[in-house]
Design a protein around this ligand. Structure first.
Ligand code: DC
Length: 230
């Protein structure tokens, strides 16, 4: 039985964190928790309600009061869980380009981070969890026994996102995806609170030349006890 009960995976957009996190959690029988989903759900709710995204107090109140829930997948359409906001299934709505374009702004608000971070930490401390995000190893769960920082070039990440969208039959423009991703990387890495960066004790992995199975194999190797068990 592995002594690693809390695993943090951080890194920029589309670096393969969620794919790795889901596969790793399945292999270990752990809970998979993608924290980005919570920031996306708040952004979607704010847009849906027509709130002014510049109104930090209103967006913070929304994050403090919204009922966001993650449940086991109810449909086999590629989702790893159902995402519900006030009871409504918003699993795919939160992947819309309008959410992509605004989520970094919403997630830079300290009050939003505080409200969501408290919930993330409470769930993470129960253990047997693979938590994925930007600041899991640095802020949410600094006590994680294994911290991975998964990176890839912005061009590679943009082309993965392009592929994901076209696979789902959605319209996609590579140039637009690339510049939106560069913009998001910049905001995520330069915000005052909990910017995207590797924890000092994180293991850095670059997935440019590795496919999902190869990344998983490397991480499973790290999780194994010296006697070879996981
Ligand atoms: O991983 P993602 O692309 O779904 O994340 C969406 C946004 O949420 C990302 O641009 C930054 C923010 N985020 C964050 O600030 N902290 C986290 N732990 C996870 C995501």
């Amino acid at each position: 039985m592995s002594k690693i009960g809390i695993i943090a995976i951080d890194g920029p957009a589309a670096s393969g964190k969620s794919t790795l996190g889901k596969k790793l959690a399945d292999a270990l029988g752990y809970l998979f928790f993608d924290t980005g989903v919570m920031y996306r759900a708040i952004t979607w709710l704010a847009l849906d309600r027509g709130l002014d995204l510049a109104d930090e107090a209103a967006i913070t109140r929304l994050a403090e009061q919204a009922d966001i829930d993650l449940r086991p997948p109810s449909q086999a359409d590629g989702r790893s869980s159902d995402i519900l906001a006030d009871g409504e299934d918003i699993t795919w709505d939160i992947r819309a380009p309008e959410v992509d374009a605004n989520v970094s702004r919403v997630s830079a608000y300290p009050g939003v981070r505080r409200a969501l971070g408290v919930q993330q930490r409470r769930i993470g401390l129960r253990g047997k969890v693979v938590m994925v995000g930007r600041d899991v190893g640095t802020v949410v769960l600094p006590e994680a026994q294994l911290k991975i920082y998964l990176d890839a070039s912005v061009e590679e990440r943009a082309s993965r996102r392009y592929q994901e969208l076209t696979d789902r039959g959605e319209p996609a423009d590579y140039g637009e995806i690339l510049s939106a991703m560069q913009r998001r990387d910049f905001i995520d890495s330069n915000r005052a609170v909990a910017p995207l960066r590797p924890a000092e004790d994180a293991i850095l992995l670059n997935s440019d030349a590795l496919d999902a199975e190869e990344v998983l194999a490397e991480v499973i190797h790290m999780v194994k006890d010296p006697d070879g068990t996981v």
